[in-house]
Design a protein around this ligand. Structure first.
Ligand code: BGC
Length: 808
C-alpha cells in the first residue's frame, strides 16, 4: 500500500514537473512562454556572446561555439527544448573559419559576387539562383541565418560598404533584395537584411546621427526594405548602429515597430547589429523599441532586462512579445528541426553559379572595338562545347580587332591578387580566387614572363609587409584581401613588355570594408602611381598599335574621366567572387556578351554628388577636430545632414542636368538593341502595365535591360525629373530576334511621401513613361492618365526637431 502511494505521488509530481517543462514545438509556444522564468526570458533575448566580446571583436563575429568563425549564437534553454541557433555573415557567402583546431578538414565557403555586382545583372531570376546556392551553403555549414543581404542605399560613392549594398535606387534595391531573400529562404534557412536603417556611412557608424527628412526616409532609405519585407518576409532584420534624427535606430520604436511591423506587416525578429551593451542607450529601451535579440550579447544585458522588469521600467508584455518572436523564429530553424548538415556543399556547382552571375554583372563602360577578342583564331584551348551552347559567339570575328590575342602584358597588382570580395564581416574565406593570369590561361592566352614574374614575386612580399606594418585599428584587414601597394611601372619596363605582348591589360583594384569610408584621393581617384602606369602603358602600346584594356576590380565607383581616353576598353568586373578571372575572360572573349548595367551613377568627381559635402573625410581629421572641438558636435562624426534630401544619385544628376561620367543604368554590349511598340495602359487593381518590344539589331547574341523611368505631372509635391519604376531583362536574343517585355507598376509605387498629410500621394494626371537603356538613353516615351492615389500611414519617423536641410 505504502509503496503504491509512493508511486502515485511520484507520478503526480512527475506530471507537475512535466507541465512546467514543456518541450518547445511549433504548436506550444504559449505554453513554453508560460513555463519560462524571467531570467530565462531575458537570456533568450540576449545573444550567446560573452564579456570577451569587447572592442573591435564585438563588431565582427569570431564565435567558436556551434560553427567556428560564425558571427554569433542565440542561447539555448535545454529544459524547455530550446536549442541554440547560429548566425553567420554574409552577404557574399557564408563567413566562417576555413580551418578549425585539431581538424584536418577544410571549411572554405564559396565567394559569390558582391552586392553591387549581383545588382548590376538586373536579373532577378539569376539573383534568386545565387540566393539558393548561398542558402544551401548556409544550411550545409550548420548555420541557421545568414547576415545579409545589405540593403542600404549608395548615398555617397565614398561609403566603405557600398560593395555589400545594391544601388543608389530603392526600387533596384528592393527588387534584387527580394530575389535574394526568396532564394536563400527557399532552402529552409533565414536571412538578416541589414542595416536598418540609413547606415550610409562607416565613419563613426556607432554614434553618427543621420539627419534626414521624413520624406527621404520613407521614399528612399526605407523603400527598398519595405518592398523586400512585403514580398519576401525575411526571418530577421538587423537594426543599425547609427542614430536617425537624434534617436538610435536600435532604440527607435517608430522604425522597429510602427513602420516595420504595423505598416509593413513584418513577422520575423529584429536583431541588433553587433555592439552589445550600448553606453548611451539603456537596454530596456532597445527591448521595448522592438529589438528581439541583442547581439552579440553580454551577460550584463540579461541582468539589465531582469532588473528593468523588476523595477517597472520595462513592461513584461514587451519581453513576452519579443520572446514569442524568438520562439517563432527558433522553431523554423534547421537546428531546431535537427537537420544533419554535411559541411560539404557542392562547391563545383556553386562555382559555376558564381561565374555565371558575375558574367552578367560585369559592366562594359567603354569599347572602341578592342573587344571581344578574336578568340576564334586561337580556339585550341577553348571549351567549344560551352561556346556552342552560349550562343554569344556568332559574329565574334566582326569586331574591329582582327588580330588574335595570344600574349597579354598584365599590369597592376590586382591582376595577380584579384579581389574576390570586400573586407570585414562581408569577406568570405574562399578556397581559391581565379586571378587574371589563370583566367587568361584558361582561354589559351599567356602572359608575358618578365612582368608575371615581377608581380608574382611581389604579391607575397607585399602581403607579408602589410601584415607587419598593419595599423592595429584596421582589424578588418584580417578579413579578406587588403589592397597591396602598386609597384612603379617604368617606361623601360613597358618598352620591354610591348614587344612581347599583343595587348595590355591593366587591373585597377579598389578595396573597402566595414568600419571605414573611402577617401577621395587615392581611393575614389587614381593614385599617382596608377596614373603613371596607365599613361606609360597606353603611350607605348598605342604607339605600337596594340590595345589597352582596363579592368576595374572594385566594389564601388571610382574616377574615370581623367584617364578613360587612354583605354580602348574598360570593364567593371566589381569584386565578382572567387571565379573572378574566369568571369572576366568570358567577357573578353565574347563567350559572354556583356549585359551588366550600372546600378549607381559614376560621377566625374566625387564632389559632384551633393552628399559629399556632408560626408566625413578621413579619421585623422576627427582626432584633430576632437582635440580642438571637444564638446561641440562635429559634422560628419556626430551628425550628417542629408541636405540633398530626396536628390540622391540620378535623382539629383538628372533633375539638375549635371554631367556624369557614366549614368545610372548604363552599360555597353557587343550587340545593339532596338525598342518599339511601347504601350502603357491602366489595368485592374490600381496597376499600370508597360509593355515594349526589344529586338537584337546587332550581329551577336545578347541580353538587354529595358528600364522604365516615370515623370510625374506637376502636382502637390516637388518630384525628381524621373524615377525608375520598373525594369526587365530579356532572355538571350539571337541577332534579329525580338522579345516583348511586360512590366507591371502598382500606382502605389508612383506615390511620394507627403509629410504634411502623413500619406503616400500620387497626384492624378498625365504621367510620362520613358523606356530606355539607361537614365540618359531613353528610346521611347508614352503618356498615360493615372488617377490620384493616397494611402494614409502613421506619422512615425517625423523628426522630433526641425532639420537643417537645404530646401528649408
Ligand atoms: C556589421 C554587420 C555584421 C556583424 C557581425 C557588424 O560589425 O556591421 O554587418 O553582420 O558585425 O559580424
Amino acid at each position: 500500500m505504502k509503496r503504491q502511494l509512493t508511486t502515485a505521488l511520484a507520478g503526480a509530481l512527475c506530471v507537475v514537473t512535466m507541465n512546467a517543462q514543456p518541450k518547445l514545438s511549433a504548436t506550444n509556444i504559449d505554453e513554453v512562454i508560460a513555463a519560462m522564468t524571467l531570467e530565462e526570458k531575458a537570456q533568450l533575448l540576449v545573444g550567446g556572446g560573452n564579456d570577451s566580446f569587447v572592442g573591435s571583436g564585438a563588431m565582427l563575429g569570431h564565435q567558436q561555439k556551434l560553427v567556428a568563425g560564425a558571427a554569433g549564437t542565440t542561447v539555448g534553454i535545454p529544459r524547455l527544448g530550446i536549442p541554440e541557433t547560429c548566425v553567420a555573415d554574409g552577404p557574399a557567402g557564408v563567413h566562417i573559419d576555413a580551418k578549425r583546431k585539431n581538424d584536418p578538414n577544410d571549411y572554405s565557403a564559396t565567394g559569390f559576387p558582391i552586392g553591387t555586382c549581383l545588382a548590376s545583372t538586373w536579373n532577378t531570376e539569376l539573383v534568386r539562383q545565387v540566393g539558393e546556392a548561398i542558402g544551401n551553403e548556409t544550411l550545409e555549414f550548420g548555420v541557421d541565418v545568414i547576415l545579409g543581404p545589405g540593403m542600404n542605399l549608395h548615398r555617397s560613392p565614398l561609403c566603405g560598404r557600398n560593395f555589400e549594398y545594391y544601388s543608389e535606387d530603392p526600387f533596384v534595391t528592393g527588387a534584387i533584395g527580394t530575389a535574394m531573400v526568396q532564394g536563400i529562404q527557399s532552402q529552409g534557412v533565414g536571412v538578416s537584411a541589414k542595416h536598418y536603417a540609413v547606415n550610409s556611412q562607416e565613419s563613426d557608424r556607432t554614434r553618427v546621427d543621420e539627419r534626414v527628412s521624413q520624406r527621404a526616409l520613407r521614399e528612399l532609405y526605407l523603400r527598398g526594405f519595405e518592398k523586400m519585407v512585403r514580398e519576401s518576409q525575411p526571418w530577421t532584420l538587423m537594426s543599425a548602429y547609427n542614430l536617425v534624427n537624434g534617436e538610435y535606430a536600435q532604440g527607435n520604436k517608430d522604425l522597429l515597430t510602427s513602420v516595420l511591423r504595423q505598416d509593413w506587416g513584418f513577422r520575423g525578429i529584429v536583431m541588433t547589429d553587433w555592439i552589445g551593451k550600448r553606453d548611451r542607450l539603456p537596454t530596456e529601451r532597445e527591448v521595448a523599441a522592438g529589438n528581439d535579440l541583442l547581439m552579440p550579447g553580454y551577460p550584463a544585458q540579461v541582468e539589465d532586462i531582469v532588473k528593468a522588469v523588476k523595477a517597472g521600467r520595462l513592461d513584461i508584455k514587451d519581453v513576452d512579445r519579443n520572446v514569442r518572436n524568438m520562439l517563432e523564429y527558433i522553431v523554423k530553424t534547421p537546428r531546431f528541426k535537427g537537420y544533419k548538415y554535411t559541411s560539404k556543399p557542392d562547391m563545383k556547382v556553386h562555382a559555376a553559379i558564381t561565374r555565371q552571375s558575375a558574367n552578367e554583372g560585369i559592366v562594359l563602360l567603354k569599347n572602341n572595338g578592342a573587344l571581344p577578342w578574336n578568340v576564334a583564331l586561337q580556339s585550341a584551348a577553348l571549351d567549344q562545347r560551352s561556346l556552342a551552347t552560349n550562343g554569344a559567339q556568332e559574329g565574334r570575328l566582326q569586331g574591329k580587332n582582327p588580330q588574335p590575342i595570344k600574349t597579354v602584358a598584365l599590369f597592376g597588382v590586382n591582376s595577380y591578387d584579384f579581389f574576390s570580395g570586400g573586407l570585414g564581416s562581408g569577406a568570405v574565406n574562399v578556397p581559391y580566387v581565379v586571378d587574371m593570369v589563370q583566367g587568361l590561361k584558361n582561354i589559351g592566352v599567356s602572359t608575358t614572363p618578365t612582368l608575371t614574374e615581377i608581380y608574382s614575386r611581389y604579391v607575397p612580399y607585399a602581403r607579408a609587409k602589410l601584415k607587419a606594418d598593419k595599423n592595429p585599428m584596421m582589424w578588418f584587414l584580417d578579413q579578406g584581401q587588403p589592397k597591396l601597394d602598386e609597384i612603379e611601372i617604368t617606361d623601360r619596363c613597358v618598352a620591354h613588355e610591348v614587344k612581347e605582348a599583343d595587348a595590355a591589360i591593366i587591373t585597377i583594384g579598389r578595396q573597402a570594408g566595414e568600419g571605414m569610408d573611402r577617401q577621395i584621393e587615392g581611393e575614389f581617384n587614381l593614385s599617382q602611381r596608377e596614373k603613371d602606369m596607365i599613361f606609360r602603358v597606353s603611350d607605348a602600346f598605342h604607339a605600337a598599335g596594340k590595345p589597352v584594356i582596363v579592368i576595374i576590380n572594385s566594389g564601388s565607383v571610382m574616377e574615370t574621366a581623367s584617364w578613360r581616353d587612354r583605354a580602348d576598353a574598360i570593364l567593371v568586373a566589381w569584386q565578382p567572387g572567387m571565379e573572378g578571372g574566369n568571369s572576366v575572360a568570358d567577357v573578353l572573349t565574347g563567350r559572354v556578351c556583356p549585359s551588366g548595367r550600372l546600378t549607381m551613377t559614376w560621377p566625374i568627381a566625387a564632389t559632384d554628388h551633393p552628399s559629399t559635402q556632408n560626408f566625413p573625410q578621413g579619421y585623422d581629421a576627427y582626432t584633430f577636430n576632437e582635440m580642438l572641438g571637444w564638446g561641440s558636435p562635429i559634422k560628419g562624426r556626430d551628425y550628417t545632414s542629408h541636405d540633398e534630401d530626396i536628390y540622391v544619385g540620378y535623382r539629383y544628376f538628372d533633375t539638375f542636368r549635371r554631367e556624369v561620367a557614366y549614368p545610372f543604368g548604363y552599360g555597353l554590349s557587343y550587340t545593339t538593341f532596338g525598342y518599339s511598340n511601347l504601350k502603357v495602359k491602366n489595368i485592374k487593381d490600381g496597376q499600370v502595365e508597360v509593355s515594349v518590344t526589344v529586338k537584337n539589331t546587332g550581329t551577336v547574341s545578347g541580353k538587354e535591360v529595358a528600364q522604365v523611368y516615370v515623370t510625374a505631372p506637376k502636382g502637390t509635391l516637388e518630384k525628381p525629373a524621373q524615377e525608375l519604376k520598373a525594369f526587365a531583362k530579356t532572355r538571350e536574343l539571337k541577332p534579329g530576334e525580338s522579345q516583348q517585355l511586360v512590366m507591371t507598376i502598382p500606382v502605389r509605387d508612383l506615390a511620394s511621401f507627403d509629410e504634411a498629410g502623413s500619406q503616400w500621394l500620387a497626384d492624378g494626371g498625365q504621367y510620362t513613361f520613358r523606356v530606355g537603356a539607361s537614365s540618359r538613353d531613353i528610346r521611347l516615351t508614352a503618356a498615360a492618365k493615372v488617377s490620384r492615389y493616397t494611402e494614409q500611414v502613421s506619422n512615425a519617423l517625423a523628426p522630433r526637431q526641425p532639420l537643417n536641410l537645404l530646401k528649408q
